[in-house]
Design a protein around this ligand. Structure first.
Ligand code: HEM
Length: 498
């Protein structure tokens, strides 16, 4: 009897001791976590993100707590890193622990479902990222990509001419042109600007980009998606994704022919994907499901980001007439009015390169990059970053880092030129992110930005709608940070030839 009581008491003591030790360990662990605002019971730090101006929130958090800030949402820690050097340290040097995507994120779990390349991690991500990069490299080599963008630019410039120097807005026109670039590259298909099906696709992409800003809360409190009225737009995003997939499937079904026989027969991404699927016997990740997710990502990741940068370029030209004049001088003295810019002109147009870099720095279209996740515990500046934490890079802080960009709030393309006027690459300019997840479409985007922007300046002078009032330099608060809609006048530099 005595021994039973002894055993039970002993057992309880052991359990209590374990609980106390675990509490001590947990609190010691918490001591090593980076600083941040005190989390409230249940709500954690979710109220911190309530104001709509997220960029101001991250700036304030950095001012108060420093370059590494830890927030608590539900059971998840979210760590924000600021400043170019620290971002480099975490996402490049510690890349083996910081490259995965957070599986709990609403966008990754419910929209991307762990497929595609931006939404996947581990082997699926590695295999498909390498495959897509190879495909893009081969397209560059064949100069195919450049040719198809030049073709699209011609249609685009015509659309701006069609506005007849009346106040116009760019969002729809540039969105259509960039979607056509993606469609041609992906499936050898393009649409006219007023095609109803294309307008429907653009609307769905726009909505997803806008609503994704609201979905942050769903990452940490998934139950919120069941609130009445679709307050966090979860259902709308799922419906939009369904529409885009249906649209893509229809286009794939309409494609003539079957699987190409050889690499030389590859016309577009779908051809390359199908050929790879055929060459892999047995279990393959080259499925229709994966293909649809990759194509979906090309639209979501590629159209709005490049489009927003081009819209920022117009905004900064309106605000800096002297810069616009220098751009025009350089383009027209090198190419004249007739010859359309090509990538062969790129090395000669130093001021244009500097302008585009400065637009990317000040436009800051992906202020928090994409979310990453810690695949194991690791330490930065003696702080513990626990396995499973969501990791955000504050790209704004790097693009405006005074250590690398003197007077960082000023718009000054000259900061990218040496004393001879030659463009100088600056490694600290990281609008495409940094590390193993660096934007997969970076080289494609650079060609798009160069060809679209130089052709626009060659053809038009950009003026404000009202000569006495410039549009406010104000960004949207979605997944990407484009300028809020503004109107301008595109005045022809020479008479139109119809
Ligand atoms: C100016 C234009 C663009 C900017 C500023 C931009 C920026 C970014 C950023 C910041 C990321 C997140 C990287 C990370 O998670 O650390 C990203 C990822 C990605 N971007 Fe871009 N992007 C642009 C254009 C494009 C284009 C044209 C494509 C078309 C294919 C594209 C495809 C992707 C993909 C697929 C990913 C996911 C990569 C991965 O997770 O491995 N992007 N981009």
């Amino acid at each position: 009897m005595l021994s039973v009581t002894f055993l039970v008491t002993g057992g309880i003591c052991v359990v209590l001791a374990c609980m106390v030790i675990s509490l001590i360990l947990r609190s010691r662990r918490d001591v090593h976590l980076p600083p941040g605002p005190t989390p409230l019971p249940i709500l954690g730090n979710s109220l911190v993100l309530v104001p709509t101006d997220k960029l101001a929130v991250y700036k304030r958090l950095r001012a108060e707590f420093g370059d590494i800030v830890c927030l608590t949402f539900g059971t998840t820690k979210c760590v924000i890193f600021s400043g170019y050097d620290l971002i480099r340290e975490v996402f490049v040097k510690k890349g083996d622990a910081t490259t995965n995507r957070p599986p709990q994120s609403f966008f990754i779990k419910s929209i991307q479902k762990g497929y595609g390349v931006g939404g996947s991690s581990g082997n699926l991500w590695k295999e498909h990222r390498t495959f897509i990069l190879n495909f893009l490299r081969k397209s560059f080599r064949r100069e195919r990509l450049e040719g198809l963008i030049e073709h699209e630019v011609t249609h685009y410039i015509k659309r701006i001419h069609d506005a007849n120097e009346k106040p116009m807005e760019l969002r729809r026109i540039i969105g259509t042109s960039l979607t056509n670039v993606t469609l041609t590259l992906g499936m050898s298909k393009r649409f006219e600007h007023d095609d109803a099906r294309l307008i429907q696709l653009l609307k769905a992409i726009d909505d997803i980009m806008l609503y994704s800003g609201f979905s942050e809360a769903l990452c940490f409190f998934p139950a919120l998606k069941y609130l009445p009225g679709d307050m966090f737009h979860a259902q709308s995003m799922l419906d939009d994704k369904e529409d885009i997939f249906k649209w893509l499937k229809e286009l794939i079904d309409e494609r003539p022919g079957g699987v190409p026989e050889h690499e030389d027969d590859i016309e577009d991404f779908i051809d390359a994907f199908m050929l790879e699927a055929k060459s892999q016997e047995g279990d393959t990740t080259y499925t229709e499901h994966q293909l649809l997710h990759v194509l979906f990502e090309f639209f979501v990741a590629g159209v709005e980001t490049s489009g927003a940068t081009i819209r920022w370029a117009v905004m900064f030209m309106l605000h800096n007439k002297d810069v616009q004049d220098k751009l025009a001088d350089e383009i027209i003295s090198n190419l004249g009015y007739e010859r359309t810019p090509t990538m062969a002109d790129h090395p000669h147009l130093n001021y244009c390169q500097a302008f585009i870099s400065e637009v990317q720095r000040c436009g800051n279209v992906a202020p928090l990059s994409g979310p990453h996740s810690a695949s194991k515990d690791f330490y930065v500046n003696d702080y513990l970053i626990p396995k499973g934490a969501t990791l955000l890079m504050n790209l704004t802080s790097a693009l405006k880092d005074p250590k690398y960009f003197d007077d960082p709030e000023a718009f000054r393309p000259e900061r990218f030129l040496d004393s001879e006027g030659t463009y100088v690459v600056q490694n600290s300019l990281i609008p495409f992110s940094i590390g193993r997840r660096i934007c997969l479409g970076k080289d494609l985007a650079k060609i798009e930005l160069f060809l679209f922007i130089t052709s626009m300046v060659q053809n038009f002078e950009f003026l404000p709608e009202d000569p006495n009032t410039l549009p406010e330099i104000l960004g949207c608060d979605g997944i990407s940070h484009g300028p809020v809609t503004f109107k301008f006048i595109a005045k022809r530099r020479r008479p139109v030839k119809m």
